[in-house]
Design a protein around this ligand. Structure first.
Ligand SMILES: Cc1ncc(COP(=O)(O)O)c(C=O)c1O
Length: 282
């Protein structure tokens, strides 16, 4: 039985209970983070805590814990779940109150965290790439907030799965925003294009790392969204997320991307990313 954290306590997961009046349950009124853990240590933790603060600010919620409290709680949770490689999920909701759209006053937020074994990225995905389909971006106007209201993302990801693909690439007003569960990149003529970190995309922590590594490797980056037409003609397409790292998309809507194999720029970035991870673990 793994242990979870709920409002100041560590509990066996089947002992952790929340009220049916929790606004996370009734209204989807909450935000979350997913943090990868390598060799017992959380990767890019400060970036995730910074984004948590920004998401909380975006929905006018107080952070129930300081960065030090979060850091200590997460370390304990990792230890209680056996160390190694894990994936920490944390969630803050506005708390328990009679159901009303208007925010309650004087209510304590609910803070919850769990950790599960981190699934290694399948080698096949890196050797052969993955498949994606394009779909209209049906999400709201504040995609920079990591909100728990994931019904649009879930519908999109399911549609991709139904089509035999691993990810949906989302098109808003003719331009690529990001994936249903990832940031997206197109490589055109050796330059990496990715949508700017505005309200149309989640400011991915892995995206931050990718942009830093590209700068170190002297690979040009333009933070500009590509059109759907450019996307379909791109030499390479990739997606990134904390638990899946950077993955090449080699089939888009049933057509080969470039020569249908993971591209040379992806290989460069993946090598830099693996090196960066290794230097963190050691
Ligand atoms: C919609 C969306 N965009 C981007 C990302 C990637 O963010 P990160 O690299 O911080 O995991 C995620 C991660 O789950 C996501 O759900």
């Amino acid at each position: 039985m793994n242990e979870v954290y709920l409002n100041g306590e560590f509990l066996a997961s089947d002992q952790a209970k929340i009220s049916v009046f929790d606004r996370g349950f009734l209204l989807g009124d909450g935000v979350y983070e997913v943090i990868p853990v390598y060799a017992g240590r959380s990767f890019q933790l400060m970036g995730h805590l910074r984004r948590l603060q920004s998401s909380l600010g975006g929905v006018r919620m107080q952070n129930p814990m300081s960065d030090t409290d979060w850091t200590n709680m997460i370390s304990t949770l990792i230890e209680k779940n056996g160390g190694g490689d894990q994936s920490v999920y944390l969630q803050v909701t506005r708390g328990v109150a009679p159901r009303d759209h208007v925010f309650p006053t004087g209510v304590k937020p609910t803070a919850f965290a769990m950790s599960n074994p981190l699934q290694a990225v399948p080698e096949k995905y890196k050797q052969q790439g993955i498949a994606a389909i394009t779909l209209p971006d049906i999400r709201w106007q504040n995609c920079n907030i990591k909100a728990i209201t994931l019904l649009p993302n879930s519908l999109l990801k399911q549609q991709a799965q139904d089509a035999g693909a691993q990810e949906a690439l989302l098109i808003r007003d003719g331009y690529l925003t990001e994936g249903a569960v990832s940031n997206a990149y197109a490589v055109i003529g050796g330059t990496i294009y990715t949508a700017p970190a505005d309200e149309k995309v989640l400011p991915g922590i892995t995206r931050e790392v990718v942009l830093k590594l590209a700068a170190q490797g002297n690979i040009p980056v333009i933070e500009q969204a590509v059109s759907e037409i450019q996307l379909k003609q791109a030499d390479e397409i990739w997606v990134s997320s904390s638990t899946k790292e950077v993955l090449p998309i080699t089939r888009l809507n049933g057509q080969a991307v470039g020569d249908g194999l993971p591209g040379i720029v992806w290989k460069q970035i993946d090598a830099l990313y693996q090196q960066y991870k290794l230097s963190f673990i050691e």
